[in-house]
Write a protein that binds this ligand. Structure first.
Ligand code: DGY
Length: 418
């Protein structure tokens, strides 16, 4: 175990650049990614608190003046990634993408504060990050829920973090792909096309990007003009928990946070309204096309992480999760293995991802400790057997995508310290 611990630490250190850490060192993702960095900071907090804080400070250096934290920060103008800074053409202080990602950073800050002692100067820096996180969460309510429904929308599949999930097949099928679209993917230079999104997915991603760039990423406009607008269960669960965790930290540290506090109940109730009792499942909602997205995705179970104050629903969801991929050796597959949408090795359409297991583990800790521990030991075994990769087949455990994957290493460090 301790050899693996050292390996995990070394992965983070080797992937570290000037103050931030790449998701992997195999050239697939040569920049700083938003939710990757949050997980990575948690990993560092177990052996280098300074690096943990700096990682998040670097992330917030790229925060836009309206509060948004982009999903990618291009600290170095590496043209081997597509779409790079030349395509996005935006960023306040740092060239960046013009969209965001799940704001898990708020929950990571809470976990770090719960777990470790910090000096007063470190505390000052962390509380500074907490204030910036508050602006970030306010940005979601203001620009991603302009009609005050309680749920925030994602306007691009990349914002979900689960890029090519079958969840997005229907909403993307409604998009008219831009004519004469020309671009060159770089991911296929370093990763096999069998495990990556399809051309049709990329055509949609870039059509959306171009549209947003034409509008200069004006957040006042994007909600209405985007051809993709989904209230995703996974995203809203992480968002709701982010709000709860922010309020918790703010209250403890006398930081004014009423804007977020006032919204939480509405978001919680609205999320509950997306529960389908017949199927015992939560389903995302396509806001633009007014349609429920009935796809058996593991992200529907992130609702457990949101800590709903509804024991009956939580228990039913736990029972359903126990059956989710009971026939496969490795869990949890990103899409239910017996579903017609399942693809064993294609990115977010089937493989097991360490961060999904970790989110469910955390969400279960206070609801079903035995099950939480089972997920933890199973996840540790998978890493022990197959090492720190981006994702794995649920049937054979075979790893795919990038190796030396930072969040797998970082979350391993959290799991062994719990
Ligand atoms: C990619 O390049 O595949 C990323 O997931 C986009 O965020």
């Amino acid at each position: 175990m301790s050899l693996l611990k050292r390996e995990a630490e070394n992965i983070l250190l080797n992937n570290r650049r000037e103050g931030y850490t790449l998701p992997t060192n195999n050239k697939l993702y040569p920049a700083q990614w938003n939710w990757d960095s949050a997980y990575i900071a948690l990993g560092y907090s177990y052996f280098n608190k300074e690096y943990a804080i700096v990682e998040l400070e670097k992330l917030f250096e790229g925060q836009w003046s309206d509060g948004m934290v982009p999903h990618i920060l291009f600290h170095h103008k590496d043209e081997n990634y597509f779409p790079n800074h030349n395509t996005w053409q935006c960023g306040d202080k740092i060239p960046s993408s013009g969209i965001t990602q799940p704001p898990i950073v708020s929950s990571i800050l809470k976990l770090m504060l719960d777990k470790h002692e910090f000096s007063s100067s470190e505390m000052e820096r962390i509380l500074n990050l907490v204030k910036k996180t508050k602006n970030y969460l306010e940005w979601f309510y203001k620009f991603r829920d302009p009609n005050d429904t309680g749920l925030v929308s994602i306007l691009h599949p990349w914002e979900s973090g689960t890029d090519n999930s079958p969840l997005w097949d229907f909403p993307l099928s409604k998009i008219l792909i831009e004519e004469n679209l020309e671009y060159k993917r770089r991911d296929l230079d370093v990763s096999s096309s069998d495990v990556r999104p399809l051309k049709r997915d990329y055509d949609c991603y870039i059509t959306l990007l171009n549209k947003f760039r034409n509008e200069k990423y004006n957040p006042e406009k994007l909600y209405d003009i985007s051809m993709f607008n989904v209230a995703d269960i996974g995203f809203n669960s992480l968002f709701l928990k982010a709000c709860k965790d922010l309020v918790y930290i703010a209250t403890k540290n006398n930081i004014e946070c009423t804007s977020i506090e006032k919204k939480i109940t509405k978001t919680e109730n609205k999320l509950i309204s997306l529960y389908n009792k017949g199927d015992n499942s939560f389903y995302s909602f396509d806001v633009l096309n007014k349609q429920s997205l009935e796809i058996p995705s593991i992200t529907n179970y992130f609702i457990l992480f949101a800590d709903l104050k509804n024991e009956e629903i939580n228990n039913s969801v736990i029972q359903s999760l126990k059956k989710y991929n009971s026939n496969e050796k490795y869990f949890f597959s990103s899409i239910k293995p017996d579903s017609k949408y399942f693809e064993e090795i294609r990115y977010w359409r089937g493989p097991v991802w360490i961060n999904c297991n970790w989110i469910l583990y955390k969400g279960l800790l206070e609801k079903d400790l035995e099950f939480a521990n089972k997920i933890k030991s199973h996840t540790l075994d998978l890493i022990h057997e197959k090492d720190f990769h981006e994702y794995y087949s649920c049937k054979s455990g075979t790893p795919y995508g990038a190796n030396n994957f930072s969040w797998s290493a970082a979350l391993y460090l959290d799991l062994i310290n719990n």
